[in-house]
Design a protein around this ligand. Structure first.
Ligand code: ADP
Ligand code: MG
Length: 313
């Protein structure tokens, strides 16, 4: 059986009137990259802070590596790497000194630490900046420093709270690739985000939350099968007579049809033969067509169908 890394049951956290986390549960197994996906304000950071015993909660239990997590669980904490949503580094220390400081909280041996710090610097690609102070770094480089500080001590569990917010595309890609390679090297990962594309790209399992509650979980494929929304089909058609426009609208499982600039866009309900049905219809009516594209529903569609809201506003 896979080893349990985190087990959260019935977690409740209230800020006065507001229930920020509402009977949340989570079961994280060794080797996973788990995406915690939810809109801004859905409780992701609050869950992470409870998990790390940085915040007291009202109800529930949290076990990490099979043991209850408490503020003085030092043995648990040394095996966790935390990359916080807000960059948390020392302005008066250089890049090298910052990473060395955070690594030194858990690794006392100087020789061992030197190697770990060096590895972390290479890992995030900050070799050319080791003597820089944080205020001289661009937003993307600062984020990379924040990551290096969180992971240098080679933790078994790495928690990244929205590490790519306000990051340029190049740094974003390097961060995502970095997470995959940390996982390959054996780390179990929790990754929170409100960007569905990133979560789809790297996570082996996704937990969708809203208002501090579990909404749905599974692989991205499983989540997309839970909803009625199906694929969006785009077909290049140079001329579409009104009668056929309407005809397509009336085909089974077709939700809406839009025709503009020689592009026919058809939203479907989930069903096995949508594309075939539509192409057969065009053939039968002797309507020539060019490129055909079919896109699966997105995780935003999943969220939208389950809550009536967009993941991002
Ligand atoms: P997320 O990380 O998903 O954006 P948060 O966990 O930061 O969400 O916030 C969840 C909810 O709790 C939000 O409504 C937020 O306004 C509220 N909240 C967060 N921190 C505090 C706090 N210290 N005091 C009061 N309310 C808070
Ligand atoms: Mg947050």
């Amino acid at each position: 059986m896979e080893k349990s890394i985190i087990k959260i049951e019935n977690l409740v956290k209230r800020y006065k009137e507001l229930t920020a986390v509402d009977h949340f549960h989570l079961d994280l197994k060794e080797g996973e990259i788990l995406g915690l996906l939810g809109p801004n304000g859905s409780g992701k950071t609050t869950i992470i802070n409870c998990l790390l015993a940085l915040l007291q909660f009202d109800e529930g239990t949290i076990d990490i590596f099979g043991q209850p997590m408490t503020p003085d669980s030092y043995d648990i904490k040394r095996n966790i790497g935390m990359v916080s949503q807000n960059v948390a580094v020392f302005e008066e220390l250089t890049v090298y000194e910052n990473i060395d400081y955070f690594c030194g909280l858990y690794v006392k041996n100087k020789e061992e630490r030197k190697q770990l710090v060096q590895k972390a610097i290479e890992f995030v690609g900050l070799q050319d900046y080791v003597k820089f102070y944080p205020k001289k770094l661009s937003g993307g480089l600062l984020r990379r420093l924040n990551i290096a500080c969180g992971i240098a001590h080679k933790p078994k569990l790495i928690i990244l709270d929205e590490p790519t917010v306000a990051v340029d595309p190049q740094s974003r890609n390097s961060i995502l690739q970095g997470i995959l390679s940390l996982n390959k090297d054996g780390a179990t990962i929790i990754y929170t985000s409100h960007y569905m594309e990133e979560v789809e790209q790297i996570c082996s399992r996704i937990v969708i939350i809203d208002k501090g509650k579990n909404l749905a979980e599974g692989t991205k494929e499983e989540l997309k099968m839970m909803i009625q929304t199906g694929e969006t089909i785009r077909i290049e058609v140079v001329d579409l007579p009104e009668a056929q426009h309407e005809g397509i609208q009336h085909l089974e499982h077709v939700v809406s049809v839009d025709y503009q600039d020689s592009m026919l866009t058809i939203h479907c309900q989930r069903s096995n033969h949508n594309l075939v049905t539509i192409l057969e219809y065009l053939n039968k009516n002797s309507i020539p067509y060019g490129r055909v594209l079919s896109e699966l529903p997105t995780l935003n569609d999943v969220f939208l169908e389950m809550t009536g809201k967009q993941l991002r506003d």
